[in-house]
Design a protein. Sequence first.
Length: 206
Amino acid sequence: MQLLPRDERFFELFTTLATVAVNGAQNLAEMFRRTDDDRWKLVEVIKGLEHDADDVTHAIVTRLDRTFITPFDPEDIHELASRLDDIVDRIDSTARRARIFRIGEVPEGALLLCDAIHRTTTQVLVAVEALQDGPSATILAACREIKRLEEEGDAMYYLWLGRLFEDQHEAITVIKWKELYDTLEKTLDSAEDAANVLESVTIKHG
């Protein structure tokens, strides 16, 4: 018999954090699709989401320090919170770089990678929402899809990076988009890192 109740609030906080990642991905894709100066307002929206993610991550860590009975291993709770926060950090980093570089026309490759990031964060949210009461099969299926999307994103990254160097672009344009492609690809890597933690937790406690 479990004499002390587990602190279930962690699940709510993880869901909030994953939802922030989805919202960040949506706003990033919209920012790249827009062609007017209003696109930069979305950079500030994303920065606000990044602050929200930091606040939720801090709340998770603070709660972890004072909780005796946790839903699963404290190390895994800390690791999952950090990896989810990393996704939002990468999205924010991409948006800020885009504004600093004053990007103009956006190549199709960037739009495709943004779409992959959005689909990936959506699957992260599916897995996180299933952590509390959902079947382990739902979490594991979402994790497999995240890894598939990361591989798909890697293929797109190399394809469009190659095209960037093949086409007759000015050197400064190549430098800008090389860095942006790199950051977009790293965002997908961060999502896969979160999936690895989710998969590990599910296998341990399934």
